[in-house]
Design a protein around this ligand. Structure first.
Ligand code: NAI
Length: 550
């Protein structure tokens, strides 16, 4: 038997090695565990049964979330075995929508640290601080400054729940081994008055600095990561719209970075559009898109759709003419003086208007995309207007959490008289209307970014490119069976998510090799290559973790 690095109570307290009631008699003897655990040897399935029983006794998803985080703190393998046993049931608990509530209360439900907290007050010392992290081969850092958490606004340090949850999905959805993942909060303060006055708030109590102060701090962080974790990809998550776009532009050509709110959202929505076009028998370039919201998610998506239309043969300028955007100040058009540089390509010649339904009547979009953070904005007038100008309007109500969705599927199907092809950013149950069952899809980024992560992990990609996200979108779209597509389902079923993402990761990995960005040798069989890297929630032999990094 292999030797465990740890013995006795120290071994039981290491969540990556702890097997709890599953240690065998021989392991108990060898590792000094006799008497420290009950005198039984349970199977992993029996342990899972106990977890499911205890979860069933909790009354709310937030309680289930707290229970599962606690389980992760004690027994990582059992946590992942639980989540991966039924992704459709557990992903909404460990991530969206429960995570939104968990973040709002993060300082109150906090039990013990997870990931790293780096404050702007430590400028000049970032490299030394990163060296405090015990795992030396970090492959992904998911980093937020808490600036725009989901659709909930500035949550400051409470936003740390997001990098923690996002990285769990790398493992649960695509099998990236958890020991290579590092959640990170960059603390530059918060403008959230409630938290500034909450004694249990865990971040710096000062207002956010201007970009001229914030960006040099982020520069120091990004450069320190290159030195301390040279194979690491930095995943930016939930920064405010302008920071998200500017920081991505700042680093994307130089380092291995991506922003999931921009590129991951764009990838998954593009997958939905590819399938909506399949249902309608059209191509992306035949459609006209009207966005409600022109922030980081909206702009990222608009840019990626244009790149995809260019791949379909349209010149870029013409592709952009298929995309209109509307924000808090009305339609983006060429007389507006308040637009940011990255919004201007979508400001076409059109009379100014703040009336979204009227804009639909004049632009005649085929697809509405809600990324506004404001619930109910696709009201009856809006849905009826887009249904008047289309046989099959595509309505994507992507803002989350649930009550921020621009419209519910029930409203979309009812007000469009069953004509709408609908998807949301969160999970909704099927809708029964006039003897028909409609399956609203969830345009959740977790179909895309874990697969990108797995491909980057396995290939040791030097950069993350838009071509990788476009391939991910096609790969995800291709996995919806024809019979479900007919019922309006735009995204694959969550029950089979690991296999879907392995297939997607293999296709993305091929793009990485084709573009010369891989830092390992090209394998003969891409799917087998990805499978070799997949983490399995099985206990390590002799209490020593056997997963090896690529
Ligand atoms: P953001 O804060 O960068 O942008 C929001 C945009 O909405 C801004 O352009 C703003 O002017 C506009 N807006 C706000 N109120 C409006 C109103 N009443 N009418 C019209 N426009 C309005 O936010 P970001 O990052 O672009 O995210 C937007 C939403 O998309 C969030 O709710 C987020 O949860 C959701 N999202 C969904 C994803 C998914 O479903 N896969 C992934 C990423 C984001």
């Amino acid at each position: 038997m292999t030797k465990a690095a740890k013995h006795g109570i120290e071994l039981l307290r290491d969540p990556s090695l702890n097997k709890s009631t599953a240690f065998t008699e021989a392991e108990k003897q060898e590792f000094g565990l006799i008497g420290l655990v009950p005198d039984v040897t349970e199977t992993e399935d029996l342990q899972l049964q106990r977890v499911l029983l205890q979860l069933s006794q909790k009354n709310t998803d937030l309680e289930r979330y707290i229970y599962l985080v606690n389980l992760l703190d004690h027994n990582e393998t059992l946590f992942y075995r639980t989540v991966m046993s039924d992704p459709a049931r557990f992903l909404p608990i460990v991530y969206d929508p429960t995570i939104g509530e968990a973040c709002l209360k993060f300082g109150h439900i906090y039990r013990q640290p997870r990931g790293m907290y780096l404050s702007i007050a430590r400028r000049g010392k970032v490299k030394e601080i990163l060296q405090n992290w015990p795992q030396k081969d970090v492959r992904f850092i998911c980093v937020t400054d808490g600036g725009r958490i989901l659709g909930l606004g500035d949550l400051g340090a409470n936003g740390m729940g997001i990098p923690i949850g996002k990285l769990q999905l790398y493992t649960a959805c695509a099998g990236v081994p958890p020991q290579h993942l590092l959640p990170m909060y960059l603390d530059a303060g918060t403008n959230n008055e409630q938290y500034l006055h909450d004694p249990l708030y865990l971040g710096m109590r000062k207002p956010r600095p201007p970009a001229e102060e914030l960006y040099p701090f982020v520069d120091e962080f990004v450069e320190a990561v290159q030195k301390v974790f040279p194979k690491c990809c930095i995943h930016f998550e939930d920064w405010t719209g302008a920071d998200a776009i500017h920081l991505l532009q700042r680093y994307r050509e130089k380092y291995c970075v991506y922003n999931d709110d921009i590129q991951g959202t764009a990838g998954i929505v593009l997958a939905g559009m590819i399938n909506a076009a399949k249902i309608k028998g059209t191509k992306l370039r035949d459609e006209k898109y009207l966005f409600l919201g022109a922030g980081s998610a909206g702009i990222g998506l608009a840019d990626l759709i244009c790149t995809a239309m260019v791949q379909e043969g349209l010149p870029l300028q013409e592709a952009r003419s298929h995309v209109y955007m509307f924000d808090i100040n009305g339609l983006l058009e060429d007389t507006r003086t308040d637009l940011l540089d990255f919004q201007k390509p979508y400001a076409h010649r059109h009379a100014p208007t703040r009336d979204f339904a009227a804009a639909i009547e004049s632009i005649k979009p085929t697809t509405l995309i809600g990324v506004s953070t404001v619930g109910g904005t696709f009201n009856q007038k809006v849905v009826e207007a887009v249904s008047r100008v289309n046989e099959r309007p595509v309505i994507l109500a992507l803002s989350n959490p649930t009550d921020h969705a621009e419209c519910t599927p029930e409203h979309a199907y009812t007000w469009s008289k069953g004509k709408a092809i609908y998807a949301a950013g969160v999970q909704f149950p099927p809708v029964h209307l006039n003897n028909q069952t409609f399956l609203p899809g969830q345009a959740n980024n977790f179909y895309v970014f874990p697969a990108i992560g797995m491909a980057v992990f396995a290939t040791q990609a030097a950069r993350v490119t838009d071509e990788m996200f476009i391939e991910a979108a096609h790969a995800v779209a291709d996995q919806v069976p024809a019979e479900l597509l007919k019922q309006g389902l735009l995204f694959p079923l969550q029950s089979n998510i690991l296999e879907s993402e392995i297939q997607a990761a293999a296709r993305i990995a091929k793009v990485v090799f084709d573009s010369g960005l891989a830092r390992v040798d090209r394998p003969p069989d891409m799917v087998a290559f990805i499978r070799r890297h997949v983490y399995k929630p099985d206990y390590a032999i002799g209490a020593v973790r056997t997963n090896k990094a690529a």
